[in-house]
Design a protein. Structure first.
Length: 273
């Protein structure tokens, strides 16, 4: 950490908040509820949507899946994602997904999460996704494609932001019917239906940039992926997964603002498409 940033971080986080951050750096936070399922990821063939997500799945993460999983491939959007208007993450497709220093890189796919024709049905045992589902305009279409590429009885581990505890807390929770309507309208990732609501109702005191900077980035959302198109609570996320006929194993809200869902692909599911 740059010593010059310490006073600013203290002002932003407060003494207690800064102490908690230091504690998390020294003592990794573990999700007690999810750790009991960690063995189900051992030696599995997995795929992650977005990421890598070391704070959640790395060796020091809350659910340390990377050290135990057999292999892990990845999907990220087929565009250069720009963060904070300052730098871009370029997706280098091929065997380039480095999620662990101790494991071979996985296959990196440059694709949208709802359109994965290069991946065969039932190709994976498990699917990981952290803070991605809220960024897609069409979560039902996305989950149908995920259900296709995960084998019968395979696992989904999905993390989403809790709207009550992050900068979305002023916005209305997205209803299941709204997501059904998005699916029936076949909305794509270039859709900006939620742009104005997000710009006007974000709590910028909880964000790293101001309203105008966010508006500038959000209008280029296909590049930045700033927008939270859909806003979840634990109840609404459960409703979505149940609608998709996934068998919920565990759902929990974890600090500071995470909703975590572990669900199983039904063995009797007819693959989508």
């Amino acid at each position: 950490m740059n010593l010059l940033t310490i006073p600013r971080k203290l002002r932003k986080n407060g003494v207690r908040g800064s102490a908690r951050k230091i504690q998390r750096m020294l003592i990794p936070y573990r999700s007690r509820e999810m750790l009991k399922y960690l063995h189900q990821f051992e030696n599995a063939k997995g795929i992650e949507m977005g990421g890598p997500t070391r704070w959640a799945f790395g060796a020091r993460g809350s659910i340390p899946i990377y050290p135990v999983i057999g292999s892990l491939d990845n999907v990220n959007p087929p565009v250069d994602i720009v963060y904070d208007n300052t730098h871009a993450i370029r997706i280098d497709a091929g065997p380039t997904f480095r999620f662990s220093d101790r494991k071979s890189p996985g296959m990196q796919y440059a694709a949208e999460a709802a359109d994965l024709p290069m991946i065969g049905s039932g190709a994976y045992d498990v699917l990981l996704s952290s803070h991605m589902i809220e960024h897609t305009t069409n979560p039902i279409k996305v989950l149908l494609e995920w259900a296709r590429i995960v084998r019968s009885g395979g696992l989904f581990l999905i993390i989403a932001p809790d709207k009550e505890r992050n900068f979305d807390h002023y916005r209305p929770t997205t209803t299941l019917q709204h997501m059904i309507d998005d699916f029936e309208a076949n909305r794509g990732e270039d859709d900006q239906t939620h742009l104005n609501e997000s710009v006007e109702m974000n709590d910028y005191s909880m964000m790293s940039f101001d309203k105008e900077a966010f508006r500038s980035g959000a209008t280029r959302n296909l590049e930045t992926r700033y927008l939270h198109h859909h806003i979840f609570t634990l109840t609404s996320l459960r409703q979505l997964l149940e609608y998709m006929k996934l068998d919920i194993v565990e759902m929990v809200a974890e600090p500071p603002y995470h909703l975590i869902a572990l669900a199983r692909n039904r063995a009797d599911r007819t693959p989508a498409g």
